[in-house]
Design a protein around this ligand. Structure first.
Ligand code: NAD
Length: 325
């Protein structure tokens, strides 16, 4: 059986089209969606994200502003700046760029964003609404993962579904979103680092979500120890979920993004590319090639959950513009 490759870019394009229509509609009602990204200091990864956010917002007609504050801003002053944005009616959504400098507690700052303007769906109030049902936003990556499942298989009632990973931003909200329906939810098992026999769970999964990021964690751990001068063997970077751990005909949503070396030389150094830099690759937590002959459908990494996550941020921005209107 050749697996269907779930095309995240195509699903993202559909969502963005709806977002654009909604943005135009809101503008015509005098409620233009306006997203403000709050950044503290300069950070290359953050710069890449904000550029991508600006481009995506522009493509669907959402106004986007980046407010950058100096990296020596105090936590109290940052919270006060967020308070001003909360009070500004022209700002309909807010996103706090990570990482924040040392000395600033990201959680304490994040909770000061008004829940109605929380486009990332991470505020405890929005998490609570996710639990009780009826919220206007949810965390973007879980929304994306569940959307990709529903586009692939709309009838998920009672399906044996396993989620690997139980973080508050990915694994747990995926489970909550899956359990939203009172009479048509799948049967959900959540696995994590302390799960005793992971394969026993994944092998019975008709639907499998994987969000652990194990290979990258191993690579980063190895790197840290090498930097400290420790003599360590090159890490085993094989995927967490191998083909023998999958059920025939399963639907697999691989949420993980592992940026790892393509291989190691005999000295334990990552192999280099033609430019003399480390040759890296981006992979998920599932053995993608091995899965292709076994499962019914699978998301690629990259090109699966990632692009839909961005589209969900835009969708949440519209939801916030409606909620604050
Ligand atoms: P996290 O480190 O907070 O959580 C990892 C989870 O995996 C934990 O629940 C942990 O118990 C579990 N885990 C770790 N090792 C395990 C093992 N051997 N067996 C079973 N479970 C194990 O990570 P996170 O923030 O939830 O992110 C998870 C993955 O999702 C990462 O690869 C991350 O890059 C990716 N991610 C993707 C997107 C996207 O847009 N596609 C967005 C956010 C995160």
């Amino acid at each position: 059986m050749a697996a269907k490759i779930i095309d995240g870019e195509a699903v993202a394009d559909q969502i963005k089209q709806h977002v654009q229509e909604d943005a135009n509609d809101l503008k015509s009602k005098g409620r233009a969606p306006h997203l403000v990204a709050v950044q503290v200091g300069e950070n290359p990864a953050s710069r890449m994200y904000t550029k991508m956010q600006a481009k995506n917002c522009d493509s669907v007609g959402i106004e986007y502003d980046l407010r950058t504050f100096p990296d020596d801003i105090s936590q109290a002053d940052l919270i006060s700046e967020i308070g001003k944005l909360n009070d500004d009616d022209s700002v309909t959504g807010m996103i706090l760029q990570m990482p924040l400098p040392r000395g600033i507690d990201a959680r304490q700052v994040q909770v000061t964003i008004a829940p109605e303007k929380d486009v990332e769906g991470m505020h405890p109030v929005n998490m609570g609404r996710l639990f009780y049902g009826g919220g206007h936003v949810a965390p973007c990556t879980p929304m994306a993962a569940v959307e990709l499942l529903k586009k692939t298989e709309p009838d998920i009632a009672g399906k044996e579904t396993v989620v690997v990973g139980h973080s508050e931003i990915v694994g747990k909200p995926i489970a909550m979103l899956l359990l939203e329906s009172l009479d048509a939810s799948p049967t959900v098992t959540v696995c994590h680092i302390a799960t005793k026999d992971l394969a026993a769970h994944t092998r019975r999964a008709e639907v499998l979500f994987v969000a652990a990021g194990v290979s990258q964690a191993r690579w980063l751990g190895y790197n840290r120890r090498r930097k400290k001068g420790e003599d360590v063997e090159a890490p085993d970077l094989k995927p967490l979920v191998t083909a023998d751990m999958l059920k025939e005909g399963a639907i697999v949503i691989d949420v993980a993004i592992n940026r790892i070396p393509k291989g190691f030389d005999e000295n334990g150094e990552p192999v280099k590319n033609k430019k003399g830099k480390r040759a890296m690759k981006t992979v998920g937590d599932v053995d993608y090639e091995g899965a292709l002959d076994k499962v019914a459908a699978i998301t690629p990494v990259p090109g699966g959950v990632g692009p839909v996550t961005v589209a969900m941020l835009l969708k949440n921005t519209i939801a916030c513009a409606k909620a604050t209107g």
